[in-house]
Design a protein around this ligand. Structure first.
Ligand SMILES: Cc1cc2nc3c(=O)[nH]c(=O)nc-3n(C[C@H](O)[C@H](O)[C@H](O)COP(=O)(O)OP(=O)(O)OC[C@H]3O[C@@H](n4cnc5c(N)ncnc54)[C@H](O)[C@@H]3O)c2cc1C
Length: 404
């Protein structure tokens, strides 16, 4: 038993974004709530979100921005509710082309506002307490490495396997399995990709716009090249598919279209015109402006043309090869950079075992799951924090109704 032999209404395992939102909503409604976290600080991960700026929601919202093995039609657009919740904590936001950040541009504003609210609501917080087991016999017993807590209901909000240094564990999946619930395969998502391609030595440090294709998936944006791989928004967004293929050893190559704003025919015409107008220019000079300069150098070299070759010496076949290499620049990949470098975990507690209106386990009444531990992952852009909020809100509504 916990030393004061309190029986909480709800014990929340994990004081990340979802757990903090839930604790605040329950305590505001007058429920006796506690939070446990293995870290010494609540909301540790929030500090690292959005490159330290915390992109907490997005005006383009809906289930099409999320992935799961289950039907996600229950996910709607609640970005205004997320904004209102953050605003109630005293934090003004700013809208950068639909991506919402705190006005301060600092993730720590959000973390501190959540912590202040937790403190002012007098919520018991068991920090530096790693939960090792959750069991049920009339009430729930939550065992940590330091204490034992009893509670009428439990909510597992302990996240996935991503970013271990910020606090992660397998507890959520183990708890689900222990109570007869299924978990799906797990893969790192929103993560960089590794590759041994020689061209990366030349492209390391380059940030170039383009459209990245992997099998049937594609995404456009700024691609970042490193000596051992690629990252950036479009790569991150498709990385979950690479993560799962890596598990199943079914990896394919990545293809990049560096000139997505022109189709093959238009690009052929553009290059042909440039060559005709400037026959005495070198190829590198003649192609300036089509895309990133370092990428042009790589495409020219891949097309087996010297950079100082005069365009008058090139023929239709050379143009065809250039067009192909600009539009189907192929990079063979080794896999992802793994869970530690990933922003989110794809897969998790199978939604078939959860009532998605309430987030309560169907098998085990009184046991709830919210946030990243569930089999829902969003693309880059505030979607994962919004999911953490959405699932916490659903659980809060049900818990308040059931307990009060
Ligand atoms: C670098 C980075 C940048 C990101 N940027 C964004 C962004 O800008 N926008 C966005 O929407 N999403 C972003 N994400 C994703 C987002 O942060 C997560 O999806 C979200 O925080 C998940 O919330 P959660 O509450 O479910 O889990 P978490 O935030 O992971 O919280 C889980 C908590 O449980 C604790 N815990 C785990 N196991 C135990 C245990 N056994 N006992 C006790 N405590 C335990 C952990 O310490 C942690 O505090 C980013 C993630 C990373 C890593």
């Amino acid at each position: 038993m916990n030393t004061d032999e309190k029986i909480y209404d709800v014990c929340i395992v994990g004081a990340g974004f979802s757990g903090l939102v839930l604790a605040i909503k329950l305590a505001r409604a007058g429920l006796l709530v506690c939070l446990t976290d293995l870290n010494r600080l609540v909301g540790r991960k929030i500090l690292s979100t959005g490159n330290g700026r915390c992109n907490f929601t997005n005006s383009r919202m809906g289930n099409e921005y999320y992935y799961s093995n289950s039907d996600l039609s229950f996910i709607g657009d609640n970005h205004e509710q997320v904004r209102a919740f953050i605003r109630e904590l005293g934090v003004f936001d700013k809208d950068l082309d639909g991506y919402f950040y705190p006005y301060t541009n600092q993730a720590k504003t959000i973390r501190e506002a959540l912590e202040n609210e937790i403190n002012s609501l007098n919520i018991d917080v068991y920090l530096d307490n790693r939960v090792t087991d959750i069991s049920f016999e009339n009430v729930y017993t939550i065992t940590t490495n330091r204490t034992v807590i009893t509670s009428k209901k439990v909510c597992v909000a302990c996240g996935g396997l991503s970013a271990a240094t910020l606090g992660s564990s397998k507890l959520g999946y183990k708890t689900a399995n222990k109570f007869g619930m299924k978990t799906t395969k797990l893969a790192p998502a929103l993560v960089g990709i590794t590759s041994n391609e020689i061209c990366l030595k030349e492209l390391a440090g380059v940030r170039a716009s383009g459209k990245v294709y992997y099998k049937d998936y594609s995404c456009e944006g700024e691609i970042q090249f490193n000596k051992d791989g690629i990252s950036g928004y479009p790569v991150m967004c498709i990385s979950r598919f690479i993560g799962f293929d890596e598990l199943d050893k079914h990896l394919s190559d990545i293809r990049i279209d560096f000139i997505p704003y022109l189709d093959n025919e238009q690009l052929t015409k553009e290059i042909t015109n440039r060559f005709q107008k400037n026959p005495s220019k070198s190829i590198l000079n003649c192609l300036v402006g089509l895309c990133n300069e370092k990428v042009i150098e790589q495409v020219v070299s891949l097309s087996r043309i010297y950079g100082d070759t005069l365009v008058a010496k090139l023929d239709e076949q050379d143009i065809e090869t250039l067009v192909y290499n600009f539009k189907v620049f192929t990079i063979s990949i080794k896999g992802t950079k793994g869970f530690d470098s990933s922003q989110v975990t794809a897969g998790g507690v199978d939604l078939s075992g959860v009532n998605t209106d309430t987030m309560e386990s169907i098998n085990r009444p009184g046991l709830y799951f919210i946030g990243e531990v569930l089999d829902v992952d969003g693309i880059c852009g505030g979607y994962n924090l919004t999911w953490a909020y959405t699932s916490a809100d659903a659980a809060a509504n049900d818990l308040i109704k059931v307990i009060k």
